[in-house]
Each structure stands twice: as C-alpha cells, then as structure tokens.
Design a protein around this ligand. Sequence first.
Ligand code: CP
Ligand code: NVA
Length: 303
Amino acid sequence: MKHLLSLEQLTAGEMEEILSLAATLKKERGTKAAAQHQPLAGQTWAMIFTKASTRTRVSFEVGVRELGGNVFFLSPADSQLGRGEPIKDTARVFGRIAHGAIIRTFAQQDVVDFAHYSGLPTINALTDDEHPCQVLADLQTMQEKLGGWAGRKVVFMGDGDNNMSRSWMWAAERLGFQLVICAPKKYQPSVSYLAGFKSGVVSCETDPLKAAAGADVLYTDVFVSMGQEAEGARRLEDLKAYQINAELVGAATPGVIVMHCLPAYRGKEITEEVLEAHAETIFQEAENRLHAQKAVMSLLARP
Ligand code: CP
Ligand code: NVA
C-alpha cells in the first residue's frame, strides 16, 4: 500500500491489516510500547484542506505527532492553490520537501494527481467521491460493538450517492457484508456504478421501513454535503422521509447500532433523541479516526 486514495483500491487483506493495527494502537495508546512506535520520526507531513473539518484535522494532527512526526496545515487562503496554482506544481514542490500528505478537497482527480506528481504517501481525507478514513474508523467501531461484520446487515440511509455511501459500498464489496443503500431513486448510485459490485452484496431500497428490517447497523450522513449548499433546500425536502428516528430504529434488529460520521444536523438526517441514545457509538467512531489513521500512516511509512 503506497497511498490511501480510496477504499476501492484496497484489498480485503489490506483493510484487515489496517484494522488489526488500529486495534493494537488503540490498546497501547499512552504506554511504553506506543512511545516506541515512532514510524514518522524525522518526517514532516503536510495537510492540505480546501473544505472545512473538525474531526479529520484534529485526529490527523494528533496522530502524526503521536507517531513521532511533525505536521503543518495549509488552507487555500494560506497558499498559492487559492490563486490557481495547479495541483501538479504544488505536488512537485511538496514532493521535494515533505514526507507525506493528507488532502481534503473536491475532485478525486486532484488527490490522484497529487500522489502521482509528489511521489509522497498520500491520504484522501475526503473528496466528493470517497471518505475512506471515516469508513475505516467505522469498521473499527463495528468490530468493537458487534464483533465484526460477517453476516451483518448495514443500512445506509439518506443520500445514497455521496462520498460516505461510496466508501461503504467498497467496504462491503471487499469484506463481504450486506449493505443496503436506502434512498429515493434520484439519490441512489447510478446503475453503471452499481454494475461494478458483486450481486447480493450492495443493493438499493426506496422504502426506509423495509430497509431497516433485520438491520444490525443504521448509518447516516448529512443530506447536504460540502459543496452542495446551493441545492440544500431541495435535498432536505427530497430526503426528509429518510431520517433515522425512533420509528426506524424500532423496525431494525433489537440492539441495532446507529452510526453517524458527523457533523450531525439534528431534526434533519437524525433526531436529537436517536443521536443522544446512540452517542456512545457515534463518538466512538470519531475517536477511532485517530487510531485507524495512525494505522494507515504507520503502514504507509513502512520502508
Ligand atoms: N467525519 C468527518 O470527516 O468530520 P470532519 O468534517 O469534522 O473532519
Ligand atoms: N458527506 C459529507 C461528509 C462529511 C464528513 C460531506 O462531504 O460533507
């Protein structure tokens, strides 16, 4: 593994290796063993974010430092990227100076180009296409809460055609659990995208109560992703029937876990009541960003 650009590019074995190391790093955090695990010693990693972030920024900044490295953060306002310098030129500069890069932006192609032109280990910290780090942390949480994913049914509610749903689809495809995308037709992945998946692993459903039946995990994300603000009102209207609320939770398997990548908009994709009842799981996902990403960086820094 040279980069983490998408979950599509990982094998099941690579996902399992990341998750197993993430579990070890979580257990060992704060111990002598952790203090000796310094794979980024002597390195400086760059974080280039053109979209807002709380969890991703904090977890990577802390994670790089815990692995012995230095890190610096750049937004478009602070760099020539904001004045239109091409990503391939920026990448070639960073490639000569930094040791790794963590990028949050709009186009997936920019992350791919950065990795290519910089030659640095490059991590996708969210693009319009995928959010692989979040789903790795979610899988770690599923492992902790449910003992794994074998035989489990995960239902992704709401905007079924966004970065989160796509990374979940690749996780299901590689690891072999059942994923139901529950969304109105217009918000489901395209037929041509779905054609790339094994039959029986990923399916779509328009009826929330039908989808929730037998669910072990109910997952949701914002209805309006970053960059979609102009169509916000229409999306909220189109997706309002796909909210995770008490009725939906009641239709799922008893003991269902409710997950959310955060930030959450109470009263939109999830009710206050359900979010607070499942806050332990939801904030565990946020914490696991740190552990899963430390595992990814440790593996990318391997000689
Ligand atoms: N879930 C997530 O990526 O959160 P941030 O946008 O706050 O980084
Ligand atoms: N789909 C959301 C995820 C936020 C972590 C977005 O892109 O805004």
